[in-house]
Design a binder for this molecule. Structure first.
Ligand SMILES: [Fe+2]
Ligand SMILES: [Fe+2]
Length: 258
């Protein structure tokens, strides 16, 4: 039953993502994800993934965009809600939160591609997080504690420790997580109820841009070809997706019992 057919725009967004990922989401995972008894876990894990996406971008901004003595300017994610990186928000960048010397630091950073892209990404991920919570609340699904899947930690375990290799690897990992999320939203949407299907399709555009942004930033920071590293992480990512996984989560592998 295909409630929301993916249109031409979605197909265009997904084409590079399918080329980037080394494997498609296995049918066994899809069959599991469609089961109504997994809906609560799927939504709670999805909410967690949105928050973690914002948090890891926040950590990149603090670590790589700000001098050490200015990192305290960004203590938590609430800061981004007052910034104007999204057209629908009325404030000027930093107007509310930053004055004097701190404002000048940020004015300089407004030309920093990593900062600009990450600020927009963080705001969008926080918005997605709130959207998932709203959907859960409307359905009476509690935001219960749920352990993380092996997926992100399995990728981050391969991040090198010296610079600029560390940031390049983190950015490539970000690209894979965004790309897989996008691919899974599209695969799942036709099998969900209309509200969820529309929501998941609505996420495709921003998540596809996040994947592109991470890849662009990885290339900018590397100063040399990243092709080998992209292939390396592509293979690791595909293993996490294709190997048996005892846990069901948004980014889990093939259900172990399948
Ligand atoms: Fe998101
Ligand atoms: Fe994203």
């Amino acid at each position: 039953m295909e409630l929301i057919p993916l249109n031409t725009e979605c197909s265009q967004l997904l084409a590079p993502i399918h080329g980037f990922l080394h494997c498609a989401t296995p049918d066994e995972w899809l069959a599991e994800a469609r089961k109504p008894e997994h809906l609560a876990a799927l939504l709670v894990d999805h909410a967690n993934c949105e928050m973690k996406a914002a948090m890891s971008a926040h950590s990149l901004v603090r670590r790589y965009c700000l001098p050490k003595d200015k990192r305290k300017l960004l203590p938590n994610l609430d800061f981004y809600k007052s910034l104007d990186a999204l057209p629908e928000k009325g404030e000027v960048l930093g107007k509310q939160a930053l004055i004097g010397d701190n404002k000048r630091v940020f004015d300089e950073l407004a030309k920093n591609d990593l900062l600009v892209k990450m600020v927009r990404l963080i705001q969008e991920e926080l918005h997605h997080f709130e959207q998932v919570l709203e959907i859960m609340a409307a359905r009476g699904i509690p935001y219960a504690t749920l352990s993380a899947s092996r997926y992100a930690s399995g990728l981050l375990a391969h991040v090198r420790t010296h610079e600029p290799a560390a940031i390049v690897d983190r950015l490539i990992v970000g690209a894979y997580i965004e790309a897989r999320s996008c691919e899974r939203f599209a695969r799942l949407a036709p099998f969900l109820d209309e509200e969820l299907a529309r929501f998941y399709v609505s996420l495709l555009r921003s998540e596809a841009r996040h994947y592109q942004d991470y890849l662009t930033l990885a290339r900018e920071h590397a100063g040399q070809s990243i092709d080998d590293r992209v292939v390396f992480f592509g293979e690791k990512e595909a293993e996490l997706i294709a190997l048996p996984d005892p846990q069901f989560r948004f980014h889990s592998g093939v259900p172990a019992a399948a």
